[in-house]
Ligand binder design. Structure first.
Ligand code: ASP
Ligand code: MG
Length: 465
């Protein structure tokens, strides 16, 4: 059971999550709890780190005090203000944090390592607070340091988990607590290298932690508790009538997360697939809602498309070969430029002499362009967006892709791609058009589905699958 930042944002939320865990346990299951930092704390920690780095010393001090007060206040509000063990553990984290922030000013080479040591504090604190609150409410909680479970490589700020090590560590640190009837409580997001240095799995990584632990101990189910009713047919901030998708396949959920559905960290699904463990997205504010169930083989639901997702702030790079005869080495050389800059490419379209790619992390954009200019003409366009339609049935029914593109004729589409999985159709367009395009597409693809027959009347049967 993973509870995100909004599900542990304050004492009231932690109270609700304790009730959810208790209800689960009352049903005879043996929960393991993974918590994010209290909502907003990771952002606050990273801005403290930034302030410390640029030598802005008063800001970290007041910021630290505010964070410390917030955790102690919530401890009081949760009825564990008298827990001296908890209070001194919280204080110890803040003492360490203060010296890590101090070191940040001096470090250059090890900056990412220091950033992770700072960012990790949010989950180290929240797991202590939550475990104490659970214990006070009669739940047999035992706090586990996430660094005793999640072993990673040393790519600080976006570390890769080491599955074999995690399996062994989870069996050593989590399994005995579960076997003795206890409830392990650990922070998400945080890990350590084989030689013991603190790492993180990247922003939003607590979902991934939960799924890694679930896979390691062969959980019956991985639950992601958040503040929406499940995965939705579109971003609800853009499309007001977006609806919960009751079932998704692993592949659909993974593609939706990858292409921008914020509810799930993109890596969450992979550990679950490896052990075929269902993943459920649930709302801690409305725990009686069914949520979204993600499994290997969801039942057919009559809907041709699963959902839409979008990503903003995308950069498109057009690369046109200046050496016409280099055809067979061209793509390798193009992708080398991205590889060297450790930058992931999202969407690719290609013709004989030109390639267009999108990236969402443009921090190394200048290096990439410099490298590409050695072999090609390059043009870069920022402020683009990706709009993706995901659905397993796209793979077997090619008229569905035509329906998507056909619905968007009045928008300036920049790239259109359907990758080998054929489970998605991905469109790149200027960000300024994204909201309108998404609303329009959602209306065309979902409002007209068989689930709402009234609205589908009058459409030609060929576009209604
Ligand atoms: N607290 C971390 C973040 O805000 C990890 C997470 O919540 O998943 O990114
Ligand atoms: Mg999240």
């Amino acid at each position: 059971m993973k509870f995100g930042g909004s599900s542990v944002v304050d004492a009231a939320a932690i109270d609700r999550m304790c009730a959810i865990v208790a209800a689960q346990q009352a049903r005879g299951t043996t929960p393991i709890v993974v918590v994010s930092a209290l909502g907003g704390v990771t952002d606050a920690l990273l801005s403290l780190a930034e302030a410390a780095r640029v030598g802005d010393s008063p800001a970290p001090d007041t910021g630290l005090d505010a964070l410390s007060r917030r955790h102690h206040d919530q401890a009081v509000a949760l009825g564990v203000g008298d827990d001296t063990g908890l209070r001194s553990a919280l204080d110890a984290e803040f003492t360490t944090l203060a010296s890590t922030l101090h070191e940040l000013r001096a470090t250059v080479d090890t900056r990412d390592a220091a950033l992770d040591a700072v960012a990790a504090v949010g989950e180290l604190l929240s797991s202590r607070l939550v475990a104490a609150a659970m214990a006070r409410r009669g739940l047999p909680a035992t706090r586990v340091d996430a660094r005793d479970v999640i072993v990673t490589d040393d790519r600080f700020t976006r570390a890769t988990p080491l599955m074999d090590e995690i399996n062994a560590a989870a069996h050593a640190s989590i399994q005995p607590i579960v076997s003795a009837g206890g409830i392990p409580v650990m922070g998400g997001f945080v890990g350590r290298t084989v030689d013991g240095r603190t790492t993180t799995l990247g922003r939003g990584g607590s979902d991934f932690s939960a799924s890694l632990v679930g896979a390691a101990i062969h959980a019956a189910e991985i639950q992601i508790w958040t503040d929406v009713d499940g995965m939705l047919t579109a971003d609800p901030r853009v499309v007001a009538e977006a609806e919960v998708v009751p079932h998704l396949s692993f592949a659909e959920a993974a593609e939706l997360a990858y292409f921008g559905a914020k509810v799930l960290h993109p890596s969450t699904i992979f550990p679950a697939i490896s052990r075929n463990i269902p993943v459920r997205i649930l709302n801690s504010l409305r725990p009686d809602q069914p949520g979204t169930l993600i499994t290997g083989d969801p039942p057919p639901n009559g809907r041709p498309f699963a959902a839409l997702a979008c990503k903003r702030g995308i950069t498109v790079i057009d690369i046109t070969s200046t050496r016409m005869l280099m055809a067979h080495g061209f793509l390798r050389r193009v992708f080398e430029a991205f590889e060297q800059a450790e930058t992931a490419v999202d969407v690719v379209t290609t013709s004989e002499v030109s390639v267009s790619v999108t990236i969402d992390d443009n921090r190394r954009g200048a290096d990439i362009v410099a490298s590409l200019l050695e072999i090609a003409d390059v043009s870069v366009e920022e402020n683009m967006a990706i709009l993706t339609v995901v659905g397993d049935r796209l793979a077997t029914n090619s008229t569905l892709a035509a329906r998507i593109v056909g619905a968007l004729t009045q928008f300036p589409l920049r790239m259109i791609s359907q990758a080998a999985s054929r489970r998605n159709v991905t469109i790149v367009l200027p960000q300024a058009y994204l909201a309108r395009a998404m609303m329009h597409l959602h209306h065309e693809l979902f409002a007209a589905s068989p689930a709402r027959t009234g609205e589908s009347a009058g459409r030609s049967p060929s576009v209604l699958q």
